[in-house]
Design a protein around this ligand. Structure first.
Ligand SMILES: [Zn+2]
Length: 692
């Protein structure tokens, strides 16, 4: 195919989604790969320690990647096909090789170090300085400073860690698959909702290949598995306590023995990470991980956690006593154990907040939810969001919409695609935001940011609009928070604009901040009206919805703190050669942190893929960390009272000019201080979730 006819060769404006097909990617991406290698060679040949010499040549390449490789990744998620997957798999290894070549280039690294120590560095913007610092740190973490012998060992460790993580995940999947419990007695299904009976009966049919011979889900048998979709409703509704214990035990000891045993891998992964961190000059893996994060040190995290823990303890005690009393009054004569918690807290929830999703849904038609969210953005940030009037913006599906964002002077500043509905055959599940084109200035010309907001809502049926459940509404606000950070950025370098270059533990600040508004009164008044009658959400239902968000929040907080502390401890001070096993350490930390005593055989670590196979090693704390930041940021608006519109707009403008505008151009702690006038405090989170 000649390049001229390839819609991917156009590197200006919006991608030509109506013309791009799977066949276009291979030639276009390969050409970009070649160009990158050429430029890399040229830069390496004469690597002068100046910004222009080291970064300018790559500017165009960055844009080329956005217009080819990133579009491939995007389409693979929203319009998957065998052809796209094949071309992606074909090109992926080469892409990995090139990015390694780039990050491990010794001449470039040396020149960057010189630049960092030069007078020019002092004159650069903080954005450019941070891009340089990050590139140096990332090169060092990939082992660039090691001698040959050490590098060999280092690469062995990386290789083995990749294998071990992958084996760890597979063991969890296989152990989950290997377990099932068949229930045949009707009386053991006491308390089960119909949906659970249907799910487990169809699982039994599938497993035993019974096909259509036994269609009656009420008669059983029922097959219980450890999939979340079965485990959670089972633990919430199964009245039979022995069965609850049995399944709980199976779940918390998953992958801890037999064929799919992860306990050896846990020790090995911890030991290898420790060795790797020490080779790079860090005390342990936690120190290595935290060196490139907002929190900076494990001590800072522990300090924040200690405050949360201390404040939450009385609330957790109270919650526990309430639950005990409620269970006792309902005829439960034993002491509450871990396998009783989901069951009894679900009963209490039903008593306290007796509303269903079905009751809420008619109040949340998607067009109205979107309008209210856009309105909120105008109220807070002074921006206007308008559906594009241009008749034919190319998209990848007819349901996708395109919007323009204008500032207070009516100047167009950004754009986004919204892909709202689920399409199980070609689109992956969940919701996410992604950058289509980041903001930058190249050759003096401004490139405006474009982002994707992807959801998986229920499509409209006939003349009925798409009705959203509250979880979907919350998710939409969350992703739109990321999108706002992608669109309202004012940074001129793509590497630090939008969500790029932001420390991992600060990335969820803007998204969780937006979630808070889903239950704010004015927003709810605009967003939640019955799609047929236009009547507002009944006050009583609104109150229940709002309160239910914080149901047993202290218990939840103690659990999250346990996971996060155990993760930091195991990757930090923990001594692999000491007498305490990782499981002992986990249970000790759980018992120090929670009201409820941990199960004595708990081996949850064996299925903790976040930290042993995902990217969360010594980073699980980020969830809570970002929650503290976002609650504190939201509190700045609450403090004003909703009456004062001008003060609200001023605070909103400040939020936009700092958190949403500065991206990765400054340290997130500094950005937070610019907005709040001080460091983040745990007070707001404690007040908002625990009423303290
Ligand atoms: Zn997020």
């Amino acid at each position: 195919m000649s390049t001229n006819n390839n819609p991917l060769s156009r590197r200006i404006g919006l991608p030509l989604f109506d013309e791009i097909t799977a066949e276009h990617f291979e030639p276009a991406v390969l050409e970009v790969f070649e160009k990158t290698k050429d430029i890399l060679k040229q830069v390496e040949k004469d690597a002068q320690p100046t910004w222009d010499a080291l970064f300018k040549p790559f500017e165009e390449i960055d844009l080329d990647f956005e217009y080819t490789w990133q579009i491939l990744g995007h389409l693979k998620s929203v319009k998957n096909s065998d052809k796209l997957r094949k071309v992606y798999d074909l090109l992926m290894p080469e892409c990995t090789r090139i990015s390694l070549q780039l990050s491990q280039s010794v001449p470039i690294y040396k020149a960057l170090k010189k630049l960092q120590a030069s007078p020019e560095y002092e004159r650069l913007t903080s954005s450019k300085q941070r891009i340089i610092d990050k590139q140096i740190l990332s090169a060092e973490k990939s082992g660039i400073g090691l001698n040959d012998a050490d590098r060999k060992r280092f690469n062995e460790i990386i290789k083995r860690l990749n294998e071990a993580s992958s084996k760890f995940t597979n063991n969890v999947l296989d152990a989950t698959k290997a377990y099932s419990l068949t229930i045949t007695e009707q009386e053991e299904t006491d308390g089960w909702p119909e949906s659970l009976k249907r799910l487990t009966h169809s699982a039994w049919q599938k497993k035993t290949n019974q096909g259509s011979t036994n269609q009656d889900f009420n008669k059983g048998p029922w097959l219980i598995t450890l999939d979340q979709s079965c485990y959670i409703p089972f633990m919430q509704h199964c009245k039979n306590r022995n069965r609850r214990f049995e399944v709980y035990h199976a779940y918390t000891t998953r992958a801890s023995e037999g064929e799919f045993d992860n306990s050896g891998l846990i020790r090995e992964i911890l030991a290898l990470r420790h060795e790797k961190a020490q080779m790079l000059g860090y005390k342990n893996h936690a120190e290595l991980s935290l060196s490139s994060k907002m929190a900076q040190s494990a001590d800072n995290v522990f300090e924040m956690f200690a405050k949360l823990e201390k404040a939450a303890a009385p609330s957790a005690q109270k919650e526990h006593e309430e639950l005990e009393t409620f269970a006792a009054e309902s005829g439960f004569k034993e002491k509450l154990m871990p396998w009783d918690m989901m069951y009894w807290s679900e009963r209490l929830r039903e008593k306290l907040y007796s509303f269903t999703e079905e009751q809420l849904k008619p109040y949340f038609p998607m067009p109205q939810v979107l309008d209210a969210m856009f309105n909120l953005c105008t109220r807070l940030f002074g921006i206007t969001i308008k559906s594009s009037e241009y008749p034919k913006i190319p998209t990848w599906h007819e349901d996708v919409r395109f919007y323009n964002v204008f500032d207070e002077n009516d100047e167009m500043i950004a754009h986004f695609f919204l892909d709202p509905y689920s399409r199980p055959s070609e689109k992956r599940g969940g919701a996410w935001m992604n950058t289509c084109r980041n903001r930058r200035i190249t050759d003096g010309k401004l490139v405006r940011p474009v982002v994707y907001v992807i959801c998986n809502g229920t499509p409209p049926i006939g003349s009925e609009p798409s009705l959203m459940n509250f979880y979907e509404v919350n998710t939409l606000y969350h992703e739109f928070g990321h999108a706002l950070q992608g669109m309202l950025t004012t940074v001129d370098e793509a590497d630090a604009a939008g969500v790029s270059g932001i420390e991992w533990d600060a990335v969820e600040l803007a998204s969780q901040f937006m979630e808070n508004w889903c239950t704010e009164q004015t927003t709810v008044e605009q967003m939640a009206r019955h799609y047929k009658t236009g009547s507002p959400l009944p006050k009583e239902l609104y109150e229940k919805l709002k309160e239910s968000q914080n149901y047993r929040a202290a218990y939840q907080m103690q659990r999250q703190l346990t996971f996060a502390k155990a993760d930091l401890y195991l990757h930090g001070e923990y001594d692999i050669n000491g007498s305490e096993t990782p499981f002992d350490a986990f249970r000790r930390i759980a018992n120090e942190t929670c009201v409820l005593r941990a199960y004595e055989n708990d081996k949850f670590l064996c299925s903790f893929t976040h930290i042993f196979a995902g990217g969360y090693a010594a980073g699980y704390y980020s969830y809570k960390w970002a929650e503290v930041l976002s609650a504190d940021a939201y509190e700045a608006f609450i403090e004003l009272g909703s009456e004062d519109k001008d003060a609200m707009a001023r605070t909103g403008k400040r939020f936009r000019d700092t958190i949403l505008a500065l991206g990765g151009s400054k340290h997130p702690a500094e950005v937070f201080r610019m907005f709040r006038g001080r460091d983040a405090s745990v007070k707001a989170l404690l007040r908002q979730t625990l009423g303290l």
